[in-house]
Design a protein around this ligand. Structure first.
Ligand SMILES: NC(=O)c1ccc[n+]([C@@H]2O[C@H](COP(=O)([O-])OP(=O)(O)OC[C@H]3O[C@@H](n4cnc5c(N)ncnc54)[C@H](OP(=O)(O)O)[C@@H]3O)[C@@H](O)[C@H]2O)c1
Length: 343
């Protein structure tokens, strides 16, 4: 099975302006690859490129199909063939947890599925012509099975898992390697929106090392942390009645997390309410989650009223910048320390 090597060509990383994509771009550069980094925020990409002479900024919006076709041609014209494509750009709207919204679901699909498809199309064609290439799609453990409050995000990620499975079967004979990356919780701007306990959360640098190790190995699925992934996979084998009891909506209607999974790795039963609320109180002492969440949520909802997608993206990134800035001094440090102790 083909595995991309730095001598074979450049690596293309989408969603490289922050979080997992940014960390993977840096890790690939460290492993000897030249990297073409794509996202909408050009300034963030320039800052990334300034960190390594092997990283090159190729700003663009993955939902623009023609622009992605032109981008693949542009990258290959200036840096040679794309040997590895890590199609990772994605969004998650916290307002989804307030209830079903057609606007949010469509926008989530437009970016997470449509954007990935727009990148896949030209890069697959180029790799098929050469008879070799490696492509990895970022999905999520959330794509395994329905989680309350995640009807748009989770179903878009499920679609990506299916797409990778199907492509893998049809592309293998053409010499192409297709993989799917299913992360659990990783510290990024995306998870800064979340205010429930995130089992086994890890830093983006560690996630990037696991992902890049996975690129070098033979497996189809790169999933982590394994304990959470296997737990969720096992839950998906349960009859629906038992599955919903394990990861359905909680009594207070917030939902969205896996009740059977405890952060200490002991998968026994649901957590007592008292334990969760004590942790929340400790966390809120360091960071005003309620205010930040409200900020992100109201901006998402404003967009729905106005109906303008640019407003939504600008508001989201502005709000997330605010969350990230406010998270760094207190809660982030506390969260990182707690995760380090656990792992
Ligand atoms: N963090 C987690 O716990 C977790 C868990 C499972 C899966 N994931 C997946 O991992 C991927 C990366 O997320 P993250 O956690 O690293 O969050 P993040 O820091 O918010 O990164 C998302 C990236 O996607 C880019 N992006 C969003 N819309 C785009 C568009 N239309 N065109 C081009 N780029 C776009 C963003 O850049 P711009 O805003 O500059 O465009 C950003 O670079 C996502 O697919 C996410 O679903 C994350």
């Amino acid at each position: 099975m083909y595995r991309a090597h730095p001598n074979d060509g450049i690596a293309w990383v989408t969603g490289a302006s922050s979080g997992i994509g940014r960390a993977v771009a840096l890790e690939l550069a460290q492993r000897g690859f030249k990297v073409a980094a794509t996202a909408r925020r050009a300034a963030e990409l320039e800052a990334l490129a300034a960190e390594s002479h092997s990283i090159f900024s190729f700003p663009g919006d993955t939902t623009d199909r023609a622009a992605m076709a032109a981008m693949v041609s542009g990258i290959e014209a200036s840096h040679g063939p794309i040997a590895l494509a890590f199609l990772n750009a994605g969004v998650s709207f916290i307002a989804e947890r307030d209830g079903f919204s057609a606007g949010l679901v469509w926008r989530t699909f437009e970016i997470n599925v449509g954007g990935t498809v727009n990148c896949l199309d030209p890069v697959l064609a180029a790799m098929k012509r050469r008879g070799k290439g490696q492509i990895a799609l970022t999905s999520s453990l959330a794509g395994y099975g329905g989680i309350a409050g995640s009807s748009g995000y989770g179903s878009a990620k499920a679609a990506l898992i299916y797409m990778a499975e199907a492509l893998r079967l049809s592309c293998e004979q053409a010499g192409l390697t297709i993989q799917v990356v299913n992360p659990g919780f990783v510290h990024t701007a995306m998870t800064a929106q979340i205010d429930f306990e995130m089992p086994f959360i890890m830093g983006a640098d560690r996630a990037a090392r696991i992902i890049c190790d996975g690129f070098e190995k033979n497996g189809f699925e790169i999933m982590f942390p394994r304990r959470l992934a296997y737990h969720f996979k096992a839950m998906c084998l349960l009859p629906y009645a038992l599955f919903s009891r394990s990861c359905g909506a909680r009594r207070n209607g917030r939902g969205g997390n896996l009740r059977g999974v405890r952060s200490n790795g002991n998968p026994k039963g649901a957590e007592p309410e008292r334990r969760v609320s004590r942790r929340r109180v400790a966390r809120e002492r360091a960071f005003d989650f309620a205010a930040a969440k409200q900020q992100v949520r109201s901006r998402d909802l404003n967009w729905l009223g106005a109906g303008a997608k640019d407003d939504c993206d600008a508001a989201r990134s502005q709000a997330l910048d605010g969350v990230r800035d406010r998270l760094s001094p207190g809660a982030r440090h506390q969260n990182d320390r707690r995760s380090a102790e656990r792992l």
